[in-house]
Write a protein that binds this ligand. Structure first.
Ligand code: PLP
Length: 382
């Protein structure tokens, strides 16, 4: 770029992939008050903060039961444990997801049956799910990838036809909707993560399980605390899957802002679409598709491009943070070599893994920063 004062000003724009400081700064006092309240109470395990958060989330997610837990990964594991899924059982999930979606199936003692995704949304392909059902199948774990609901209706139809449970992995999709309904409350059980970089993030690890079934809710509450009820009488073998009171207090302080943050992410996604429409690189970049029936919460804004790694290096040199979700589909992970899925088995997932790049999308992103991102991408493909 030739030297001009405008070019120089742009060169000084930094765009991190995620800027948690920008979210924290205006809420600092409220958050520190919440932490102080817990410290002053000296009640760190279970108690009123957790109960209050569970009530507030039940109302937000429009679901009967919410069980605060230690992480999104543990939420998935506990859900399978509550459904008594284990040795000899098969569970169908997406090969294009964060590791925990399939890892928790193995930890429960069952066999993950990985299937391919839709090429545009990168969500579980319902026809591939139907084709993967065997007499051993017990459950389906649809992942609402990048903040958009999987196409749940045909998946629920398959589940009902074969008597399978549906455990939604909604870790990336709090607040997202499918045909008007909040995800996590549509299948039998829903799993959420409050990992700090998720759309609603704690100050450490935390998660949530949701269900409308009273018996499963009771089982999940027991599993969370060593299957213990009453104290020191163990009905089932559970674990320590409890949510910390400190995390609950932080999440309660943040929850009232979640919808505004989601609006910001959606506005930024729209702005990327506008900026790319008039970019000379428009034909080189495929933008994420949002289904008409879904309310996308843009946990990530993932584009697909040729020469992804070259673009990523160029953007790094422009001080623009990006990430690859995910570079290796689950069927190609070393730990799943035993599943016997050869390369080429799931072409849509493999193509997405080679071409995906997540751009900054967080709510506090400015117009200037977004313009710089699109301009830098355009420059690379010029
Ligand atoms: C983050 C995530 C998880 C795991 O959540 P943790 O709270 O990090 O354990 C599970 N599934 C998906 C799709 C995720 O993105």
């Amino acid at each position: 770029m030739p030297y001009t004062p405008q070019a120089e000003a742009k060169r000084s724009v930094r765009v991190p992939l995620l800027d948690l400081q920008a979210q924290y700064a205006p809420l600092r006092e409220v958050l520190l008050d919440a932490v102080t309240r817990v410290c002053d109470s000296q009640r760190f395990i279970m108690g009123s903060e957790i109960e209050a958060l569970e009530r507030e989330l039940a109302s937000y997610l429009d679901v009967r039961h919410t069980i605060g837990v230690s992480s999104g990964t543990d939420a998935l594991l506990m859900s399978l444990m509550a459904l008594e899924i284990g040795a000899g059982d098969e569970v169908i999930t997406s090969t294009y997801s964060f590791f925990a979606s399939a890892g928790s199936i193995v930890r429960a003692g069952a066999r993950p049956v990985l299937v391919d995704v839709e090429p545009d949304t990168c969500n579980l392909d319902p026809s591939a799910v139907e084709a993967a059902v065997t007499p051993r199948t017990r459950a389906i774990v649809p992942v609402h990838l990048f903040g958009q609901s999987a196409d749940l209706d045909p998946i629920l139809t398959t589940a009902r036809r074969h008597g399978l449970a549906v455990v939604e992995d909604a870790a990336q999709a709090i607040g997202a909707r499918y045909k008007g309904r909040r995800v996590g409350g549509i299948g039998d059980v829903g799993c959420f993560s409050f990992f700090p970089s998720k759309n609603l993030g704690g100050f450490g690890d935390a998660g949530l399980v949701t269900t409308s079934d009273d018996r499963w809710a009771a089982r999940l509450r027991m599993l969370r605390n060593h299957g213990m009820e009453p104290k020191y009488y163990h009905q089932i073998v559970g674990g320590n899957f409890r949510l910390d009171a400190l995390q609950a207090a932080v999440l309660r302080a943040k929850l009232p802002h979640l919808d505004a943050w989601t609006d910001g992410r959606r506005r930024n996604a729209e702005r990327y679409h506008m900026l790319f429409a008039s970019s000379p690189a428009a034909s080189r970049v495929s933008l994420p598709t949002a289904r008409a029936a879904s309310f996308h919460v843009y946990h990530q804004f993932v584009i697909q491009v040729d020469d992804r790694d070259g673009l990523r290096r160029h953007l790094e040199a422009c001080d623009i943070g990006t990430e690859v979700y995910y570079p290796v589909p689950l069927h190609q992970q070393p730990c799943f070599a035993g599943l016997g899925c050869p390369p080429g088995e799931f072409p849509h997932a493999e193509r997405a893994a080679a071409r995906s790049l997540a751009l900054p999308i967080y709510s506090e992103l400015t117009e200037i920063q977004q313009a710089w991102v699109v301009e830098s991408i355009s420059e690379y493909y010029r």
